[in-house]
Design a protein around this ligand. Structure first.
Ligand code: HEC
Length: 204
């Protein structure tokens, strides 16, 4: 059971943090003379956010599948991978430019395919300032193939601070909840000549 208060505070948080994102998404003028309708003064509901974020990710000419790919180097760390074996992870420019640190506004999009290479689902991590400080400030969302948000076995949407995603991703190196950049992180650590330490960040 989720309390009403929890739902409200989640949507306020999501909406507050999305404000920055939607400005970014909508401020890129199309060059056409069409004027966008004035944006509603009320905040987006979570449902509206799920679909507008999907529209952003699937945006014509700039969809996530035109972004850079970073696939995890196959690791023998024994961590269970619940995603499919055939996948691709795309990252936006902010993430690609600093994959070791993944700054705020980084977006990582993982596509999973079935054995016939047909897309099954799209799982996304979106780093939002002050969204969830204890867990790397990631917003988690899983979409189905058709772009609607996925639901768990209790029919709860898989979006927001999703405990199951967070719990397993906390095993990634460097306390950033991301596996795909683990090799990049250890490379930059060894370049610095520091002994990699997973709990303490070396002082620059
Ligand atoms: C039981 C562990 C586990 C759970 C639960 C899990 N993941 Fe993952 N996830 C992984 C592993 C391991 C990888 C790296 C996979 C590989 O080697 O291809 C990964 C990769 C990813 C990636 C690519 C970025 C990265 O960290 O490498 C995204 C995006 C992602 N998961 C999203 C999610 C979302 C959203 C959820 C919750 C709905 C979730 N994951 C649940 C283990 C998990």
């Amino acid at each position: 059971m989720i309390s009403k208060a929890a739902v409200t505070s989640l949507s306020v948080l999501v909406v507050a943090s999305i404000a920055g994102w939607s400005t970014f998404a909508y401020s890129q003028g199309s060059g056409s003379s069409r004027v966008d309708p004035p944006r509603a003064t009320r905040p987006q509901t979570p449902d509206e956010f799920y679909s507008s974020f999907w529209s952003f990710l699937a945006k014509k000419d700039a969809a996530y599948n035109t972004w850079k790919v970073i696939n995890r180097v196959k690791a023998d760390d024994g961590i269970e991978n619940p995603h499919s074996n055939i996948s691709k992870t795309y990252v936006n420019k902010i993430a690609a430019d600093d994959a070791a640190n993944l700054p705020i506004s980084s977006i990582l999009v993982r596509e999973d395919y079935d054995d016939n290479r047909k897309r099954q689902s799209v799982s996304v991590l979106y780093r939002i300032k002050d969204y969830d400080k204890e867990h790397g400030n990631w917003y988690w969302i899983k979409y189905q193939e058709n772009g609607s948000v996925a639901r768990d076995s209790d029919d709860k949407v898989i979006a927001g601070k999703v405990a199951s995603c967070v719990a397993c991703h906390s095993k990634a190196n460097g306390n950033d909840f991301v596996f795909s950049n683990d090799a990049i992180k250890s490379e930059s650590d060894s370049k610095r000549g520091d002994k990699p330490d997973e709990t303490v960040k070396p002082k620059e």
